[in-house]
Ligand binder design. Sequence first.
Ligand code: AMP
Ligand code: MG
Length: 402
Amino acid sequence: MISVAEAIQIVRQQTPALVAERVELTQVLGRVLAEDVVADTDLPPFDRSQMDGYAVRAEDAKNAPVRLRIVGESAAGRGWHQQLEEGQAVRIMTGAPVPLGADCVQQVELTHELRDGTIVELLESVEAGRSVVKRGAEIRAGEVVLRAGTTINAAMMAVLAAFGYADVQVYRKPRVAVLATGTELVPVNQKPGQDQIRDSNNYSISAYAELAGAVVERLPLTGDETSLLQAQIAGAAKRCDLIVTSGGVSMGVYDKTKAALKELEAELFFERVALRPGKPTVFARLPNGTLVFGLPGNPVSVAVTFNLFARTALLAMQGATEPALKPETAALARSVKGTNERESYLPAQLTTNDDAELIAFPLKWGGSSDFVAFALTTALVIVPANIKSIEAGSLVTVLRLT
Ligand code: AMP
Ligand code: MG
C-alpha cells in the first residue's frame, strides 16, 4: 500500500501534458495558458489623466487662486497634441492624454471657468505629477504579464484582450470517458427494481471532470462482466485521454475492473492507497497511452479519490503548474477520529470566524456510501494515519473542493 502523497507523485510523473492549440479569446475562460502572455504596448500608452479637470504646469498654480487661459480640450480618444505654454490650461477628461508641457491635472471640483470658458480659475495649488499616470507606469511593452501554466480567470480575460490576444495558445481539453460498473445499477430515468440502485457516480464524476476542464463522454452502464468492461474500455481508449471507472475494484467475486485492465495489457501503477475512504483506487495506463483511474464504487470514495488523483491528472494534462489540490490550515470545530495505517480524508465545511481564522466543521456522515451528507461538503480534513483522534481546536490540514 502506498501513501496518498506517493500516489499523487506517481500520477504527476505518469501524466504527460497534452499538446497546445490556438483558441479564440471568447472561448478560453478556464483553460490553461500554454504560452507566456507579453505586453505589446506600454500601459498606459501615454501620460493619462486620472481626473476630469485641467492639465496645467504646477509652477503656474503655485500661488493659487490663479487664472489661466484655456487653450484646448483633451478627451479620451481625442487628445490635444500641442505644447502647453506658461499661463495656459487644457480642459481634460479622465483617460485622456496629458498634453506636452503640462505636468499635473487639477480636478474640476477645485476650479471654475470664467468669461465663456476662455479662462479657468484654480482655487488651490496642485503639485507636479498629481492625477497623472505616466506612460508605462503600470506595464512596459515586452513584460510578461501572465505565465504559461496559469488557469485563465475572468480578470485575466481583460489582460489578454488589452494586449491584443485575439486568440490564445492553451492546452487541449482532456477527453474523458466515464464508466460505471455494477449489475445493480439502473439509469437515472428508471425506477430501481428489487436490489437495484440508480447510477449516481457517473454524474458526480462527469461534473468533477468538467470542473477540471475536461470534455466528458458517458459510456453505457456495463454490469460486472469482464469481457463487456474490456470492450467498453478498449473502445473508449481510442477516443479518450483518460477513462474513469467506478466500482468493481474491491476484493469481491464480481469486482472485475482490474481483470479487464489486465486483459487489455494495461500497466498498473498502483491499486491500493493508504486512504480512507478510497483504499482500492487503481491507476493504470493502456498500451496506447490512455490513462485509467479505477475508482471504488462508493459515492463518497468516488468524490475523494477523483479529487485527489483524477483531478490532478486532468490539470497536469492541461499543463497546470500546481495540478494537485492545495493544502491549507484550519482549526477543527469538532474532534475527529483517525484510522490505523491509513490517512483519513473527512468531509467538512469551511468557514471563517471573527478573527479571520479558517474553521473546519467536520460533517456527521454515515460513511463512504453517504452521498447525501457529502453534498454539503466544501473541504476534506486530513487526519494522518495511526492517530486515534484529533481534538476540537487543533490545527489540521484541509483541502478545499471546487
Ligand atoms: P463496489 O466498489 O463495486 O463494490 O461498489 C461499492 C458500493 O458502491 C456498492 O454499494 C455499490 O452499489 C455502490 N455503487 C457502485 N457504483 C455505483 C454508482 N455508479 N452509483 C451509485 N452507487 C454505486
Ligand atoms: Mg460493484
